[in-house]
Design a protein around this ligand. Sequence first.
Ligand code: GDP
Ligand code: MG
Length: 178
Amino acid sequence: ESPAPPEPDHTFKIVIVGDSGVGKSNLLSRFAFNRYDSGSKPTIGIEFATKTMKIEGKTIKAQIWDTAGDDRYRPIISACCRGAVGAFLVYDITRHGTFEHAQNRLKELQEDADDQGIMVMLVGNKCDLSHIRTVPIREARDFAKKSSLHFFETSAADVKNVDDAFERLMTEVYYSVT
Ligand code: GDP
Ligand code: MG
């Protein structure tokens, strides 16, 4: 007989936003299920997964919403961001355009979040492809600093920094709401 899962002390809604193909769905599946899919299929609308973790001795349940990058879904994404207390703002370090779009998206994200404010983690994904990067770390770090964002480079493919980035975001959210 397996024990009942512990009731979470807190449940936090987190959204993952960014252009198509930057690796949002793989970041989520890597974190939630330790799964990676090298052939990608575009996310239709919105999907979500949950993961429970311990932070400062508390049981924290993350309800993580994976959105589609396609602008067609913009109204759905906007509705989805309501009530979110944290966000992964993802770009692909090999495609500078996705970084530029992330900068524009930040404003939308802050408007869509409710008045409680939203803790944003800037994520440069595909850092396993560092040899063909077009976004220098310094440029991303400068933007993050200027906009008061946390920042990590990750690789869903190589399992680099994925757990650390999610756990850091959840910890920051935990401190901001308690
Ligand atoms: P999404 O559209 O943002 O959800 O992106 P996906 O998660 O569907 O990934 C898009 C493509 O990028 C897929 O072919 C993935 O296998 C690939 N991909 C995702 N993460 C990484 C990564 O960390 N490194 C590399 N090299 N490829 C990745
Ligand atoms: Mg996707």
